[in-house]
Design a binder for this molecule. Structure first.
Ligand code: 4NP
Length: 147
């Protein structure tokens, strides 16, 4: 799960998808394309909304996305078009590029990007939680059918 800061959106996506998949079969992680918050825990508003829905993301630690992540992961979900561009720039070949997808499916809810809630308020984090929860429900079903 990749966003810009790895403190708002991708930690939520990471925690939500992890809560839906059997831990002995799937490994979920998150990273940011930016380096501003390396080593920090998620934003307190992401921690709060996740906790409200029974998911603890407080122990996650921000890290920056690296080209070696293409070797460690089968799927790389990005939150928006800018993340997509930044991650694509680090791709080394067409196999790397084939692993990247936008996390939202516009056919499901009309949106193709998860809005950045960083400069917003609690209601923006709540909206992001629900967008990601719906997306992860779909992804979790798909992954468990495929693997
Ligand atoms: P995120 O949100 O990409 O969802 O983690 C952001 C968090 C921090 C910044 C930008 C986006 N920032 O510029 O510090």
């Amino acid at each position: 799960m990749v966003c810009l800061g790895n403190i708002c959106r991708s930690p939520l996506a990471h925690g939500i998808l992890e809560s839906m998949l059997p831990p002995d079969q799937f490994y979920v992680d998150s990273a940011g394309t930016g380096n501003y918050h390396i080593g920090s825990p998620p934003d307190h508003r992401s921690i709060k909304v996740a906790k409200k829905y029974g998911i603890d993301i407080s122990k996650q630690q921000c890290r920056q996305f690296q080209a070696s992540d293409f070797d460690r992961f089968d799927y790389i979900f990005v939150m928006d078009a800018s993340n997509l561009q930044n991650v694509k720039r680090l791709a080394r070949n067409s196999y790397d590029i084939a692993k990247i997808r936008l996390i939202l499916n516009p056919e499901l809810n009309g949106l193709s990007e998860v809005p950045d809630p960083y400069y917003g308020d609690d209601s923006d984090f709540e909206k992001v939680f629900h967008l990601l929860n719906d997306a992860c429900t779909y992804i979790s079903d798909e992954l468990q059918e495929l693997h």
